[in-house]
Design a protein around this ligand. Structure first.
Ligand code: NDP
Length: 316
């Protein structure tokens, strides 16, 4: 039987290190809750794979995403948060105190848990996509577009992200081949118009990706028109996937209520989940706004909710 020997007990355990997690850590530290925060596999979260952030209030000149997350982390550390590298791999919310397993080894007990695990980019699921990931295949045009200056690239997706990234790539690359699986785009009208009116974005309607070609790096892509079944090979050096995001909520399945897409459900106007003392903040529970500032705001709410919960229970 698996060992669940507990190595430590904490007041507030924060899982995740994006704007929601660090903001929760700042508020919980200042409330003297001595939070412990586990950063997960991508410390700093999704903002570490973006470049310029111009819409976060307080940075009048804008800021690079990775730098902003260094600033968040420093501020949380300065307030006294115990920030650790490690991944939450399992939870047991059957009874208070709750248990969270870290790196598939040690278990930590917590009187309250703040989940801020964010969301991750979705992939098509092709073996060639996995094999060439980092060798021409990317899910972040803003991070990797630079490597394909003056070259031809492809992008899959038809939402606002895909439109935004196609436009971004069109400024760097000679041609952007955009593959859209239906005969229309999901993106907002203004973004659709911009895409269609950009001369070096070539839109392929009703088109699906069969295979990404290349031995060591991407050299092309094989596509299929799903109406005519016609197959075509397009030579490209980069292949960008922009088909949406998935909340990082797998380890909470069976414990917490979530919607069909896996977003954690919280009581409106709060960060409370269906388990008392367990709170959720940021993109893991928000499929609508998904902004750094809204994630930070809900991280603040989670810390305040946790503090109230612990006080009411006499645990703080
Ligand atoms: P969306 O879920 O809106 O769009 C995903 C797109 O990917 C859809 O067009 C979908 O096609 C396509 N897709 C999904 N799976 C596949 C697949 N296997 N093969 C091919 N295509 C696939 O995600 P976004 O990330 O674009 O946007 C998320 C949210 O964020 C939206 O609400 C959006 O409006 C918002 N947003 C707003 C921005 C802004 O206002 N500036 C910028 C970026 C995002 P299909 O349409 O056929 O389902």
């Amino acid at each position: 039987m698996e060992s669940t020997t507990v190595s430590e007990k904490v007041n507030v355990l924060i899982i995740g290190s994006g704007p929601a997690g660090y903001t929760a850590a700042i508020y919980a530290s200042r409330a003297n809750l001595k939070p412990v925060l586990y950063q997960g596999i991508q410390p700093g979260g999704q903002l570490t794979i973006t470049t310029e952030v111009e819409n976060y209030p307080g940075y009048a000149e804008g800021v690079q995403g990775p730098q902003m997350m260094v600033d968040f982390e420093k501020q949380a550390a300065r307030m006294g948060a115990d920030i650790r590298f490690g991944l939450a791999t399992k939870v047991d919310f059957s009874a208070q105190p709750y248990k969270v397993q870290i790196d598939e080894e040690k278990w930590i007990e917590a009187d309250s848990v703040i989940i801020a695990t964010g969301a991750s980019a979705k992939w098509l699921g092709l073996p060639s996509e996995e094999r060439l990931n980092g060798f021409g295949v990317s899910a972040c045009a803003v991070c990797d577009g630079f490597f394909f200056r003056g070259k031809e690239v492809a992008i899959v997706g038809a939402g606002d992200t895909a439109a935004e990234e196609a436009l971004y790539l069109s400024k760097l690359c000679t041609t952007v081949h955009m593959f859209i699986r239906r005969s229309e785009m999901r993106a907002s009208k203004v973004m659709q118009d911009r895409v269609v009116e950009t001369p070096n974005i070539k839109v392929y309607w009703n088109t699906e990706t069969e295979e990404i070609l290349g031995d060591k790096t991407v050299t092309g892509v094989r596509i299929r028109n799903n109406l005519t079944q016609e197959i075509q090979e397009v030579p490209v050096n980069g292949f960008f996937v922009a088909i949406g995001h998935q909340p990082n909520s797998d380890i909470f399945k069976g414990w917490l209520d979530m919607d069909e897409a896996g977003y954690l459900k919280t009581v409106p106007g709060s960060t409370r989940t269906n388990v008392e003392g367990v709170f959720a903040a940021g993109d893991v529970q928000d499929k609508i706004y998904r902004q750094a500032v809204t994630a930070a705001g809900s991280g603040c709410m989670a810390a305040l909710d946790a503090e109230r919960y612990l006080s009411a229970k006499g645990l703080h």
